[in-house]
Design a protein around this ligand. Structure first.
Ligand code: G3P
Ligand code: MG
Length: 245
């Protein structure tokens, strides 16, 4: 892997405020907006093809009430993942991780692969993603992240040298000390925290424990500036047109 420096601004699901999330159009928009690093959500189809998709259910982004794990990649290709966002994006197809990785490499964009397994498919998810990554002769810079500790365990086993981040949206399941322990055990270099818990105390605590702090999802320039003053390393944004430095 090349130098894996992560910039201050990471496009969230591509540039999810400007084009349908996790689609090719969203990645193109991120490039057009000058981003150099993008986050994508990755899970698998019924036939274990890693695809870019956030929700387990297809209702929100494809207007189909069904789990993506019930459809093969070929079947998913028939659905429209753009029209929910705007007519302008009609007929936008689901995007495979394999194609996205080539796009990132060609455009010299780094990628944060968020492991978003369908429930109960954590191991399959990693095995399928591993297959795709290992099949590539050339790869963009990348790091993994997940809310799911078992996914991070599998990824540590399969890619011991790949950078990893642990995602947190509240402290109800793990408290801050648990989070530090998990990050030590899984050798995570960063935490990705929800903006609701991004305050001076949390940021200082994680930094004191030698973790870089990234915050999602920030679409307000003033808030972004405040977070950087508090010592945050990177933020994820849907709106790179508004949050730019
Ligand atoms: O990785 C940051 C962010 O994407 C985590 O939340 O739900 O948008 O995947 P979510
Ligand atoms: Mg995500």
């Amino acid at each position: 892997m090349k130098n894996n420096r992560i910039p201050k601004i990471i496009g969230h699901r591509g540039a999810a405020g400007l084009a349908p999330e996790n689609t090719f159009s969203s990645l193109i928009k991120a490039v057009e907006m000058g981003l150099t690093y993008v986050e994508i959500d990755v899970k698998i189809s019924k036939d274990k093809i890693p695809i870019l998709l956030h929700d387990d259910n297809l209702k929100r982004t494809a207007k189909i009430n069904g789990l993506c794990s019930n459809y093969t990649y070929e079947e998913l290709l028939k659905f429209d993942f753009g029209i929910w966002f705007s007519k302008k994006f009609k007929n936008e197809k689901i995007l495979s991780l394999a194609k996205a990785l080539d796009f990132f490499y060609i455009n010299n964009i780094g990628v944060n692969i968020e492991l978003k397994p369908n429930k109960g498919k954590e191991k399959d998810n990693i095995e399928s993603i591993t297959k795709v990554i290992k099949s590539k002769k050339i790869l963009p810079n990348y790091f993994f992240s997940s809310f799911d500790t078992s996914s991070l365990k599998f990824v540590k086993r399969n890619f011991p040298n790949s950078p990893r981040g642990f995602l947190i949206d509240n402290y109800s399941f793990y408290d801050k000390k648990d989070i530090i322990e998990i990050c030590k055990e899984l050798k995570c270099f960063c935490v990705g925290i929800d903006s609701n818990i991004a305050n001076k105390n949390s940021i200082n605590f994680f930094k004191k424990n030698k973790l870089k702090v990234n915050v999602y999802t920030i679409n307000n320039l003033k808030f972004a500036k405040k977070l950087f003053l508090l010592g945050v390393s990177s933020i994820f944004t849907d709106r790179p047109d508004l949050v730019k430095f």
